[in-house]
Design a protein around this ligand. Sequence first.
Ligand code: AMP
Ligand code: MG
Length: 421
Amino acid sequence: MVGVISVEDHLAKVTALLSRPPGVELPLADCAGKVLVADVHAGVSLPPFDNSAMDGFAVRSVDVVGASSDEPVELPVVADIPAGRTDVPALLPGTAHRIMTGAAMPSGADSVVPVERTEGSGWPGSDPGTEPVVRVLAGADPGAHVRRTGEDVASGSLALAGGTLLGAAHLGLAAAVGLDRLTVHAAPRVLVVSTGSELVLPPEPLRHGQIYESNSVMLTAALRGLGCEVETVRSVADDVETFRGAIEPRLATTDLVVTSGGVSAGAYEVVKDALTGVGVEFAKVGMQPGGPQGCGRWNGVPVVTLPGNPVAVLVSFEVFLRPALRAVLGHEQVQRTKVAARLTETLTSPSGKRQYRRGYYTPPGNAESGPAAQVTGVVGPRGGPGSHLLAAFTQANCLIVLPEDVTEAAAGTEAEVLLLG
Ligand code: AMP
Ligand code: MG
């Protein structure tokens, strides 16, 4: 155990441990939430051809000048163009083609009269034997209801920039320009390991002195939420050989090991006992909760060792693992959004430690929170500072950050808040 190190120093060590796996090519639907590695240029224009924005009639605008319901312009309907028709005949002067939304405009036509502004009869499928005609009840400006080739995306132009966090719209665009796979930053494979001889799993009943294991579930969920592939070892007894035996065989297929428990100052600190001297360093970080931390390499594989208390685990995830992994996953913004908020209560914090309190933040402009909340938001604590108070975390939407030199933050003053989710 070395002396106390700062949150920033430990974050830097954790970040430096992790390297980016190579990019991976995935089917589009599997790319949601992942970050695109390189720029993607459009192989086709969008739309790929001039097409109708309405169901109606493709005409030459000069043929329908002055058309009105009192003086309709009657045009013979020469062709029918449903969406998908690929052999669209040209439009001759003084005629119309019936056309559907998304169908290719015939050459010679420069506008579409929506069906609602026409009367007529006799087109294919209706009134067999009648000469198809349309009576146009309104004029059409050149270009009316025509979607132009490339007005959304020009062929060859940048469709998606490298570094884009891919959501539904991005993936839709990739599909629209004819791609079925994209190369994204690969998900690190993380092995989550909970240690503690007191841990049991349902349906085993609790005996006095035992608790149900929860850290691995939290970490697995949080890591999967980032896009990591997670393998979980839910409970390893506080025995060095058992710990090594459970983890070592899995190192070859793991990019990062995250343990919880067994790193503080007591006896039976299994993680510390197993990993001291093999490349993992343990330190006290100047923070509360989450002081006892460790990181390093075991057989070359990055290992981050978190403390055992559940709130400390989740706070450590937020402060160290989330930013480090978001960097690996290619995200530009690795930190949670920070805002200033007015405290509803006075909070105390130990000198020399950065305290992360669970809080509930109400954004500005919420009249119910009073006039002060119109400018900054307000924040109140949820639960006390105890690192075992997991239920209070479920009521929180932020972490309130009280810096190392703050021992008391008075109600009504502003504090920094990290918005979760
Ligand atoms: P440790 O750092 O191993 O001494 O653990 C600190 C506290 O966290 C103890 O009260 C443990 O029982 C508790 N704890 C450790 N690991 C877990 C876990 N996986 N799930 C729930 N509580 C845990
Ligand atoms: Mg333990």
